[in-house]
Write a new protein. Sequence first.
Length: 217
Amino acid sequence: MKRKLYILCTILASIGLLFSSCDNSQISHRGSCGSKLKWELTDGILLITGTGKMTDWKNNNGAPWHKYQSSINSVYIGEGVTSIGERAFSGCRNIKSVAMPNSLTSIGVFSFSECFTLASVDIPDNVTSIGYGAFYRCNNVNTLNIGRGMMNIEDGAFNGCSLLSITCRAVTPPTLGGDIVFLGVYRSIPLYIPAESVPAYRSAKGWNEFTNIIGLR
């Protein structure tokens, strides 16, 4: 009887170790990236969860996941996160997609600069500002969607992007912070905006350089 019980316990322990091993292998790395934010990298997916602001970093390699940047293929930022930190994903060249939450209100300086494989950018309605050079040299980005709440886009934000179209749902044209916000972007590409805002965009500094402004109803 004791021997049978021992064998059963051994089998159960082995199963427990097996599942524990599997769980540990699925999560590559994890840590914090703000006072109330956590990050976790699993199978090429970087997940950021929690509430509040993300940390700002002073150099391009400051974020804790940068040592694993070559293995990051996509970024999912959870509901509750209110900012993307400065230089957060700068130089993460294998990121193909980014999902941003409705709680987001700002995108920091150089936050996605030189993410060379990123193909599109969809900015939620509650974001009001995009920092300097935020998407600088994201030269594979061809589609840009800007939400209704956008107020200010700093200089160089989309410098070097290969945009084929822009959709901006803000009724009032966002202020462009300088002359190189869209440096290298052809001004003949379609710029889709609210129909009632066509006159405003045609007279707003920077936006008035686009020659193919299309009103959406």
